[in-house]
Structure formats: structure tokens, C-alpha cells
Design a protein around this ligand. Structure first.
Ligand code: EPZ
Length: 414
């Protein structure tokens, strides 16, 4: 199994171009199933999760070709509507296929998406949304069968602004007869990106980015061409690395507005931020502890909780971090403790007492974002660290070792 070897205490400096967003690309790939023909998606990141979604689409009958970071998806011969268990287990995001398959074929069968390291991942909100527009859903023997004689517009009101459930509802409602209103919708930028390509395909959707989305169903959709938005979570991870190593870096190809809750918090911690039209420069300052609470967008993103927790382990004073989105998203704490961090976890809250310095250790990435937190800790720590199970990290960060090497980090993959 591959691992990263990192020699710490190197100040990062220079510019890094942020890749296309994993969490925009995945639903957009699923959305191409809503039509027949060749869709073209630019700036697709090379990630394990994208490969997993490709495997599923190909198994359903799609043909996919990559030209650099451009993905061509031909869905003309898609005919299958069943997603096999082993592929469902491989990636939770396969649940995004429910909406498109129901929209186009009025039928879908998938096994329960496996829980994952960060907690049980129920899909009750997805199912409730699809039932509201006419799906009959049967959940038995570990499988979910959804079918709809007719999809008709309806009123969907989410108990929680679920990102995936909002995306599934938009995709299924796009081909329903009549109008669907989605209330308490998730407001993440990735949903705005999904609305953009769906409307290019001929859908009539408004309101993405707000808590109320209106979908006027149409009879059919056609293939489209789209450039994926950049990955705000990758950008936030690199900004945090810049501060943690007391460096001076610029992240390029970003929408600063999408990162406001993150840059605001980094300034509270002591970083100096200069924001341009499509870049953010960050310089380290004296680090002081802060309190963070993860919330649905535009609140502080749960996907950056682990990297930020890593940062505050070496900030002066005490920090309190509350994870309100997922039940079990502190898997990085035990590994950071091995590096000398002083952290106490009580339920969904972590209390971190800053230490002067972390020390290198042998650690293992327990999940995607916890893994990135360990990379940041190793970059700042005294001495050498080994980070095992890097496949978790490569699910969501394209060539993170190469990008860090280009910023001066001493990191190699072996
Ligand atoms: C998306 O997951 C992202 N994944 C996650 O990123 C991200 O952390 C999350 O949104 C929140 O921003 C992709 O876009 C592929 P949710 P999703 O539905 O859609 C509960 C990463 O690291 N819930 O908003 O699964 C759920 O258990 C990944 O890139 C229900 O109870 O997130 C969780 O506690 C991790 N019932 C909370 O809502 C449901 O039917 C947030 O889930 C659905 C969700």
C-alpha cells in the first residue's frame, strides 16, 4: 500500500492551480444519464471517486473517453438501471444516480449505499423527495427499488438541507410533468453548478444557491458541454497548509466568495489574506486558537473541519470545534495525538489546547479529509512522518504530493 513520507518544517511558497471540484463533477456525471448522446465536461479532476463513477456509468452502458481533463460521456446506449452492490459500496455518491435513472427510465435498483468512515449515511431524504414526485420506493433485502409510472411535479420540503438529496430531486424533477418546488434546499455552490449544466441540457431550473429551487419539468433533455467549477475544499486545504507551515502561497482558479467562511476563520487565526478576482494569497501570522462550528453552506464547511482542526493544534490557546453535519468525523484526532497534539473529544465537540510544535510520526489516513489533515500536520511537524493508506486522500485530491512539492514541500509517495 502506498504511503507519503514527509519531512516537516518547510515553509510552503508559490502558486498552485486548484483542480475541478469532485463534488460538482460527480452529480454532473450522473446528470448526463438524463439524456441520450455525447456530453462534454471540462476540468474533470483525476480522482479515485471520479474513476468509480466512471466505472458505474460504463456498467450501465455509457461510453466514456478522456482527452486530458475533458471527459466525453456518450449515454446513447445506456439501458441498465441496476447498480451492483460492490460498486455501491465503493462510493456513497452513487446514490446520485437514483434521480437521473428514475428521470430517464422511470426505474432504478440499487443496494443501500454503505455507511462510511464519517458516519451512517442514511438516504431517507432522497427517498422522500422522489416519492413526492411520484416514485414508489420499496426498501427490502438491502436493496432499494424505485419506480414511477409517471413523474409529476410536487412540493418537496427537506427536514435538513441535504446536498445529495437536493441534487437527486433536481435531476428527477427536470423530466417530471409539471412544476416541482424544493424548499429548505441545500445552497452549496456545487448545486449552482449542477443547475447550470441541467439548464444547458434544456431543463428549466431556478433558485439553486438559495433555499428554494423551482423546477419546471420538460419532456426531454439533450447533451451539453460544461466546465466544472473549481474545488473550494481543495483550495481551503491548501490555504490551511500555507498558514500551518508559516508560508506564503497563492491558490489560483478559485471563486473567493465560495471560500468566505474559511478565509474569514483563517484571518481570525492570524493569517493575512489578499483576495483577487480568481485567486487568494495567504501569509501566515502569529497563530491563535479559534472556535469553529460546521454548518450547511454558507456556514463553515464540514469538509474543511479536519484540516482546520490540524491547524489549531499549533495555535496559541484553546480552540473548540463542533461538527454538526456528520456523526463521526473526528477520526483524525487519534492520529494527530500521536504527533503530540492535545485534543479531547466529547461527542460532536473537540477541545484543542495549542502546543508549540507537532512531532513527526507514523500515522494512517482513516478517511479522505482526515487524511488531508494528517498531511498538513506532517508538513508542519518537526522531523519525518509516514502517512499510510494514501488511497483515501487520492479519492479527493488530485496529485496532492506533486502540488505540494511544487510549493517546496518535502513529500514523496512510496
Ligand atoms: C455531500 O455529501 C458531499 N459529497 C460531502 O463531501 C459533504 O461533506 C456533504 O455533502 C455536506 O456538505 C458529495 O457531494 C459527493 P448531505 P452528502 O446529504 O450529499 C444526513 C467529501 O469529503 N442525511 O448534505 O452525502 C447525513 O447523514 C464528502 O468530499 C440524512 O440524514 O451530504 C449527514 O449527517 C464527505 N438523510 C448530513 O445529512 C439523507 O437522506 C449531510 O448529508 C441524506 C443525508
Amino acid at each position: 500500500m502506498e504511503k507519503f513520507i514527509v519531512k516537516g518544517e518547510v515553509q510552503l511558497s508559490g502558486n498552485v492551480r486548484i483542480s475541478g471540484a469532485k463534488n460538482a463533477t460527480l452529480p454532473i456525471m450522473a446528470a448526463t444519464l438524463l439524456c441520450s448522446g455525447i456530453s462534454v465536461i471540462h476540468d474533470v479532476p483525476y480522482l479515485r471517486d471520479i474513476q468509480a463513477m466512471q466505472d458505474i456509468l460504463i456498467l450501465l452502458g455509457a461510453k466514456i473517453r478522456m482527452q486530458g481533463h475533458t471527459m466525453l460521456i456518450d449515454t446513447s446506449n445506456v439501458s441498465k438501471v441496476e447498480i451492483p452492490e460492490h460498486l455501491m459500496r465503493e462510493m456513497r455518491a452513487s446514490v446520485f444516480l437514483m434521480g437521473p435513472l428514475l428521470g430517464r427510465f422511470r426505474k432504478v435498483r440499487l443496494s443501500y449505499p454503505g455507511g462510511c468512515a464519517i458516519g451512517p449515511r442514511p438516504i431517507n431524504l432522497h427517498i422522500k423527495a422522489l416519492e413526492k414526485i411520484g416514485a414508489i420506493v420499496d426498501e427490502s433485502f438491502g436493496f432499494i427499488d424505485a419506480e414511477a409510472k409517471e413523474l409529476t411535479g410536487g412540493e418537496i420540503n427537506f427536514d435538513f438541507p441535504s446536498v445529495g438529496a437536493t441534487e437527486n430531486a433536481m435531476m428527477a424533477a427536470a423530466l417530471a410533468r409539471g412544476t416541482t418546488i424544493i424548499r429548505n434546499a441545500a445552497r452549496e455552490p456545487e448545486i449552482v453548478d449542477l443547475q447550470a449544466i441541467l439548464n444547458k441540457m434544456g431543463a428549466k431550473i431556478n433558485g439553486a444557491g438559495t433555499d428554494t429551487i423551482r423546477v419546471d419539468g420538460v419532456a426531454r433533455l439533450v447533451p451539453a458541454e460544461h466546465t466544472v467549477m473549481s474545488d473550494r475544499i481543495e483550495a481551503g486545504t491548501f490555504l490551511t497548509a500555507g498558514v500551518m507551515t508559516r508560508g506564503d502561497i497563492v491558490v489560483e482558479n478559485v471563486v473567493p466568495e465560495y471560500l468566505f467562511s474559511v478565509t474569514d476563520k483563517l484571518q481570525d487565526i492570524g493569517a493575512k489574506i489578499i483576495t483577487g478576482k480568481d485567486y487568494i494569497r495567504i501569509k501566515a501570522g502569529e497563530l491563535r486558537g479559534v472556535d469553529i462550528k460546521t454548518l450547511p453552506y454558507p456556514g463553515f464547511p464540514t469538509d474543511l473541519q479536519a484540516p482546520m482542526l490540524s491547524l489549531v493544534t499549533i495555535a496559541k490557546g484553546t480552540s473548540i470545534i463542533t461538527e454538526t453535519i456528520f456523526e463521526n468525523r473526528f477520526k483524525h484526532v487519534d492520529e494527530l495525538t500521536r504527533m503530540g497534539a492535545k485534543i479531547k473529544v466529547e461527542g460532536r465537540t473537540a477541545i484543542i489546547r495549542g502546543v508549540a510544535k507537532l512531532t513527526g510520526a507514523i500515522v494512517a489516513a482513516p478517511d479522505l479529509r482526515a487524511g488531508s489533515a494528517l498531511v498538513l500536520a506532517a508538513l508542519a511537524a518537526e522531523g519525518t512522518s509516514e502517512i499510510e493508506q494514501v488511497y483515501h486522500i487520492e479519492r479527493g485530491y488530485e496529485s496532492i504530493d506533486k502540488k505540494l512539492q511544487a510549493l517546496g514541500a518535502n513529500i514523496v509517495k512510496v
